[in-house]
Design a protein around this ligand. Sequence first.
Ligand SMILES: *Cc1c(COP(=O)(O)O)cnc(C)c1O
Length: 393
Amino acid sequence: MVNLGWVDDEIASLKSSGRYVPIRVLQSPQGAWVNIEGRKMLNMCSNNYLGLANHPEVRKAAIEAIESFGVGAGAVRSIAGTDEIHRKLEEKLAEFKHMEDSLVYQGGLLANLGTIPVLVGKEDLIFSEELNHASIIDGTRLSSAKRYVYKHMNVEDLEKQLKEHRSEGKRSLVITDGVFSMDGDIAPLDEIAEVKERYDTMCYVDDAHGEGVLGKNGRGIVDHFSLAGKVEVEMGTFSKALGSMGGFVAGSSHLIDLLRQRSRPFLFSSALNPGDAAAVLKSIEIMSRDDSLIKKLWKNSEILKKGLIDNGFKLTTTKTPITPVVIGDERKTVEFSKLLYEEENIFASPIVYPTVAMGTARIRLMPSAVHSNEDIARAVDAFVSTGKKLKVI
Ligand SMILES: *Cc1c(COP(=O)(O)O)cnc(C)c1O
């Protein structure tokens, strides 16, 4: 065995710079309240926006699918892993997104890694938003396309770069998160869709935090801006509002057909489990028939934001239920989260550099449709007493 002392050095360095993240272990289903380390905690940091991860109908659909299809898909999609339920889900997603077809992946991260390199290669270009998710950055690297980064929420900068560099490559792609997970702001997709058209550039939006949140019945950002037919690729995840796991891309039937032939996670990694696929199908059915969960989510987020702002807390320019409370100092933010956890029974994780810029450390609160009014009021009260203790307000 070679000496692995470097591993200890790296861990020590993470710890000394306050960037070592302790992993909390949950002992209950996702919900407004969760059990952690034997304690009942108010959960303010999950992405289970609509509470579908533990919805009785969704659970039942997953159990029934396991009874009919078993627990594993048994193979990659292109050999023997495509079950009826995968195709049914792909048709449903296409209909939900007003696209011709869709392709289901085993995760949102894999959807990005698997799709971007099919769209563009080493002779092509990617114009990428500064705050894009890590999976977009990795997908971009895998594609070998030349990458230009444009400034956050800045379409003028995007256009400047398109003007300057578009002629350097054959195919071209502009790629952006729909909702930015650390700030909660919404990409100006309407303006992006207009600009990219003039530079013969495809548009790809990662709607991980938009589905179930924006648009009619939670259809996401393209519906929010009424851009059907103007964005070439919509990518999404099943692991946030949809409550299960997996990911997908939606687009033209020809594009999806090509992905089925070329996309590496489709060809070389086994298919999504039938129970997960069935859960997503049910979640979409619930969202389509009734938008009361989405309304409750927004209502809770408004109460939460107002309570925090009225008490002197500083939020980002969020336009969605994502509620980041900016503390600034990294250590104070970690301490804030620790006090919430230890003294207030509130589970809300700190977000510090390098996930966000130095000096903008924050606690990101994620309200959901399954929080009660009392839960939200309790979170605000706990912030006020902790904020006073640490002289943040
Ligand atoms: C969470 C997230 C992903 C990854 O989705 P998973 O299904 O959890 O792999 C991709 N993109 C964005 C913007 C996300 O927030």
